[in-house]
Write a protein that binds this ligand. Structure first.
Ligand code: ADP
Ligand code: MG
Length: 392
């Protein structure tokens, strides 16, 4: 363990008086936007009241509590130190949702949580996993089937509870490549799906809502008392507010378009971005920090026509005067061929994806469906032929 990490651990133990009575901190394993995560040994380990723990000796398999009690092996946990700048509501939300999901064996459960002054700490069982960046380039289609079977099983359980994760991405799905099994973590941005949600299409576009483009694209939305002809730059209307929590590059079009009735299907889009990453061997696939640029990145693939329809569906108008975006976009197959250097020129024969890759692309189409109501659900994905083949 390097010095800087050792110092950080010492500081943590100092500010969190008494933590080392129960935990022996071993290493720092994650530094996210909202927390620092440490690996530690639980010295007071007793059977946690779920059958969910990892048996280290048995190659990371889940074992029953009585079996675990029979042995005296070190028991590892992940200690998530939530930054003190996080709002209490946010922290409470994360802990509460984790509690709701405690029965699900593909969501990393909460063992306990405690507070010292303004510092809150959550303790989770340690899950052995590999860094996504170390394996995504080498994944075969069979590996992908297993990965997404596990991820969609987890997501289906979360969605079944009416919970939207909102931040599905590789660092929040800890995957053990040996076991072909993973767990979802980080419910810091998760929220309950509204019970009164209805298709965004019921807000058909009118002149009050526009999505105008000057030199790139410009977003403004409605409020009362403006003229339909007003240009965005003179527009005094308040912009529409919608939850946009998530990570750049993984946001669904409806999030970028400020749809106020977002559903669990936003998570399915994010999974689609992960599959696109694996198939194209590019990570991150989308880069833009800004929502408008992110929409344009999506436009380069799906084309203007699709984006106009999608915007309209959410009561927005999408216009761009940038000529380089094609009307019809490009097929996902072509994009994957480009990204993997398989585009034949005039002198070379046309290159194609192999049969298995084509199956993956068909599945990908169902995930990266711009219309959230046509997009496949997590439960349907589990039953999709692409994932069912994982069992063969
Ligand atoms: P943040 O909200 O800061 O993103 P996360 O809950 O996503 O926090 O955790 C950050 C990182 O810590 C994860 O990407 C992962 O590498 C590591 N981590 C989190 N929970 C566990 C766990 N239960 N077992 C092993 N590593 C974990
Ligand atoms: Mg995270």
């Amino acid at each position: 363990v390097e010095d800087a990490v050792q110092e950080d651990i010492a500081r943590f133990e100092e500010t969190f008086v008494g933590i080392n009575k129960r935990f022996r901190l071993i290493n720092r394993i994650g530094e996210g936007t909202f927390s620092t995560v440490y690996k530690a040994e639980d010295l007071e380990y007793t059977a946690y009241n779920n059958s969910w723990d990892i048996d280290e000796r048995e190659n990371n398999k889940w074992s029953s509590p009585h079996k675990r009690n029979a042995s005296r092996k070190p028991h590892y946990v992940a200690i998530k130190k939530i930054y003190v700048t996080s709002s209490p509501i946010r922290i409470f939300n994360e802990l509460e949702l984790l509690y709701d999901l405690r029965e699900s064996d593909s969501v990393c459960p909460l063992i306990t949580a405690f507070r010292h002054l303004d510092q809150v700490v959550a303790v989770l069982p340690y899950f052995q996993h590999r860094d996504f960046r170390d394996y995504y380039r080498d994944m075969t289609i069979s590996d992908m089937r297993l990965y997404f079977r596990s991820l969609f099983t987890a997501l289906a359980a979360v969605h079944e509870k009416g919970i939207i994760h909102r931040d599905v991405k590789p660092t929040n799905f800890l995957y053990n490549t040996t076991q072909s099994r993973g767990v979802l973590v980080d419910f810091g941005l998760a929220e309950r799906q509204g019970t009164d949600w209805h298709p965004c299409a019921c807000h058909l576009p009118d002149d009050d809502r526009r999505y105008k483009v000057a030199h790139s694209v410009y977003a403004q939305t409605q409020s009362a008392g403006h003229t339909a002809s007003s240009y965005p730059k003179n527009d005094t209307r308040n912009s529409r507010r919608a939850n946009r929590a998530g990570t750049r590059g993984f946001r669904a079009p409806e999030v970028l378009l400020k749809c106020t009735q977002q559903t669990c299907s936003i998570d399915v889009w994010s999974v689609g971005v992960i599959l696109l990453t694996m198939l194209s061997r590019r990570f991150p696939f989308f880069h833009s920090a800004d929502d408008i640029d992110a929409l344009l990145e999506i436009t380069t693939i799906f084309g203007r026509k699709k984006m106009r329809e999608t915007a309209l569906f959410h009561g927005q108008v999408f216009e761009t005067n940038v000529p380089s975006y094609s009307e019809g976009g490009h097929s996902l197959e072509k994009i994957i061929l480009w990204c993997t250097g398989r585009t034949g020129d005039k002198t070379q024969p046309k290159k194609e994806l192999n049969e298995e890759e084509k199956e993956a692309v068909q599945f990908l189409h169902r995930l990266l469906e711009c219309n959230p109501f046509k997009r496949i659900t997590a439960q349907e994905a589990v039953e999709h032929p692409f994932l069912l083949k994982a069992y063969e």
